[in-house]
Write a protein that binds this ligand. Structure first.
Ligand code: XLS
Ligand code: NI
Ligand code: NI
Length: 441
């Protein structure tokens, strides 16, 4: 048995508790009350909050113009395995203090990649053993695992969609190892975000062939996972651009079309990321609705963008109005299928105190909690649902109902129009709907 570390990294920060909105304690939840029931289900179960290993314990604030600014005390050893163990200690300390039940990871977040695949595999086995012990001690679980098939320069032309089969095979090896690791750690889901799956120029790209290859890889991963006894859901995380100019999983609608085209829709659902939605010129709630309508609303990556610029800034959620609209969709869809809310978000580069990561997650959890409570209130105590249903009332009876049932032909509805009165002008009442949100916030 491996003994896990005794060191405390986040000194001075204890367990984060719910103290209510009157509390002035910056290190307490004001709205996120894990056991409080919302529409019959505790907040803890609605959300399944997860910390993202990469942003919170690996990324140190580097950007294209300069190196990291956050010096992590767990990143000091000269031995990569020791660094990985120390990082796991810090991660579990943080997650436990937050009172979160879950984390998400990429394979090489847990331990740095080695010079060869077989050396990397060895490292992954070692860290798997260590984290298994930490999971046992803490009760913390894995929401999803994934393979980072985008950072290593070998993937500069794509991973599963690389024009060179040798690279595709290497991506396959990495995905296999990441799946093994996720299964060994009891991961509830497995994610594919295709960082390099897309193109920079169509001139040198055979898009049709690349899409076939992507589907081939996903089918193989699905078959392998199922053979190994993985019962969880596979998620595709749509994103329109960055790092590639055009990504194949552009948005929810594109990903759903792709999955159905290749017969993958039974095993795969979607992981909707707020910032990816807005990069695709959609709103968060739009992407949630598209996924929910297809029965594929699997999970959420909760990180907002900056509305003044066009990249994935991965900021913690703070926008109550936006998240309330999203929670209306969320609650009416019956929540998430298998997934949870993963804070795929990072603190700003000049947030350099170790406690800043607590403020960030407290704010994110409180934003979701307050929005969920508001949405519950709107659904139960406002005319919102009735007003919306009323707009479609003409389909609830008579000819409208027959149309919905599919028993009218085009000739028949044309005849209805010719014979009937000209349609009345009916207001969409958008402003009234918008005011309901403000009233209940
Ligand atoms: C990047 C993605 C990434 C995925 C996991 O934009 O959000 O962090 O969630 O690979
Ligand atoms: Ni993400
Ligand atoms: Ni992202």
């Amino acid at each position: 048995m491996i003994l896990t570390g005794e060191k405390e990294y986040y000194k001075g920060v204890g367990a984060i508790k719910y103290e209510g909105k009157e509390s002035n304690n910056p290190l307490a939840f004001k709205y996120y009350n894990p056991e409080q029931r919302v529409l019959g289900k505790p907040m803890r179960e609605h959300f399944k909050f997860a910390a993202a290993y990469w942003h919170s314990f690996c990324g140190q604030g580097g950007d294209p113009f300069g190196p990291g600014t956050q010096q992590f005390p767990w990143d000091q050893s000269s031995d990569p395995m020791q660094r990985a163990y120390d990082k796991a200690d810090a991660a579990f300390e943080f997650i436990t203090k937050m009172g979160f039940d879950y984390f998400c990871f990429h394979d090489i977040d847990l331990v740095e990649e080695a010079a060869s695949l077989s050396e990397t595999e060895k490292r992954l086995h070692q860290i798997e053993e260590y984290i298994t012990q930490k999971k046992k001690d803490s009760g913390v679980k894995v929401l999803w695992g994934t393979a980072n098939c985008f950072s290593n320069p070998v993937y500069m032309n794509g991973a599963a969609t690389n024009p060179d089969f040798q690279v595709v095979a290497r991506a396959g090896a990495q995905i296999k190892m990441a799946l093994d690791l996720t299964i060994a750690l009891g991961g509830e889901n497995y994610v594919f975000w295709g960082g390099r799956e897309g193109y920079m120029s169509l001139l040198n790209t055979d898009m049709g062939r690349e899409l076939d290859h992507l589907a081939q890889m996903l089918s193989m991963a699905r078959d392998y996972g199922r053979k190994q006894g993985f019962k969880g859901t596979f998620f595709i995380e749509p994103k329109p651009m960055e790092p590639m100019k055009h990504q194949y999983d552009f948005d929810a609608a594109t990903a759903i079309g792709f999955l159905k085209n290749y017969g993958l829709e039974k095993d795969f659902k979607l992981n909707i990321e707020v910032n990816h939605a807005t990069l695709a010129q959609h709103s968060f709630e739009h992407e949630l609705s598209v996924a929910a309508n297809a029965g594929m609303l699997g999970s959420i990556d909760a990180n907002r963008g900056d509305y003044q610029n066009g990249w994935d800034t991965d900021q913690f959620p703070v926008n109550l109005y936006e998240v309330t609209e999203a929670m209306l969709v969320f609650l009416q869809a019956g929540g998430l299928q298998g997934g949870g809310i993963n804070f795929d978000a990072k603190i700003r580069r000049n947030s350099t105190d170790l406690e800043d990561i607590f403020h960030a997650h407290i704010g994110g959890a409180d934003t979701f909690a307050r929005a969920l409570l508001t949405a519950e209130n709107i659904i139960t105590n406002s005319p919102y649902k009735a007003l919306r249903e009323e707009r479609y009332a003409s389909f609830d009876k008579g000819q409208g109902k027959s149309f919905e049932k599919g028993i009218l032909s085009l000739e028949e509805i044309a005849e209805i129009a010719f014979k009937g009165e000209p349609p009345k002008r009916i207001s969409g009442k958008q402003e009234r709907f918008e005011n309901i949100i403000n009233q209940f916030l």
